[in-house]
Design a binder for this molecule. Sequence first.
Ligand code: ATP
Length: 240
Amino acid sequence: MLTVSDLSFSYGAKQALDGVSFTARPGRFTALLGPNGAGKSTLYALLTRLFTTPTGQITVAGHDLAQAPRQALAAMGVVFQQPTLDLDLTIRQNLSYFAALHGLSGRDAAVRIDAALDRLAIRDRAGEKARALNGGHRRRTELARALIHRPKVLLCDEPTVGLDAQARAAITDHVHDLAEDGLTVLWATHLTDEVRPGDDLLLLHHGRLRAEGRTEELTGGQPLKDWFLSRTDVQVEAGT
Ligand SMILES: Nc1ncnc2c1ncn2[C@@H]1O[C@H](COP(=O)(O)OP(=O)(O)OP(=O)(O)O)[C@@H](O)[C@H]1O
């Protein structure tokens, strides 16, 4: 479970988040939908403690991020918008390095790495350098890496940026499956076709949460893209 209470953040005079509160639950895919500049990346920077703010509270799997940052961060897996693989290492080496950072090595690490690679259907590529992979497989590798330490909460910040439609759909499907298996998922996007009717939806616009609930209940049968446009009044990519 991830809870955010009354979170605000400003860049000097520019308020990027204003009193944001929500809960993302285990077994649910929670989509954080917002146009460019809504405040999504700022929220992720606060969730991962790249930034801190004196206002508000963030709790990850019961651990207060400000009071118990080690436990809170250990309970989360993160896939950032910008790729962070070492392209000169193999997939397995990238994952081993990350496992070591979490204090995992030897047989335990190998078993977890194989399981994560299987989960994302990329174990057969494990010996290849990351540079040899296409964008979709690199992103899958990053997802596999984010799962090795068995986090309770998975944070994804626009993880499909730059991928073609097929790779985008594959990654989005994988992460929906992870949520169905019990993970708490928070998925930031500005692409409405990544959100399913049964997903939980948070609409962020100009730093404030404008809507929260099950997608199909919020939209009342209207196509999500139309609903989103009517509430944000901006042009967004359809993602198709
Ligand atoms: N370093 C900064 N200094 C000043 N303003 C900033 C800075 N970073 C972001 N902002 C502003 O804060 C607001 C929120 O930005 P943020 O990057 O969090 O939005 P976003 O929803 O992630 O957008 P995108 O999808 O384009 O990444 C925007 O108005 C942005 O211009």
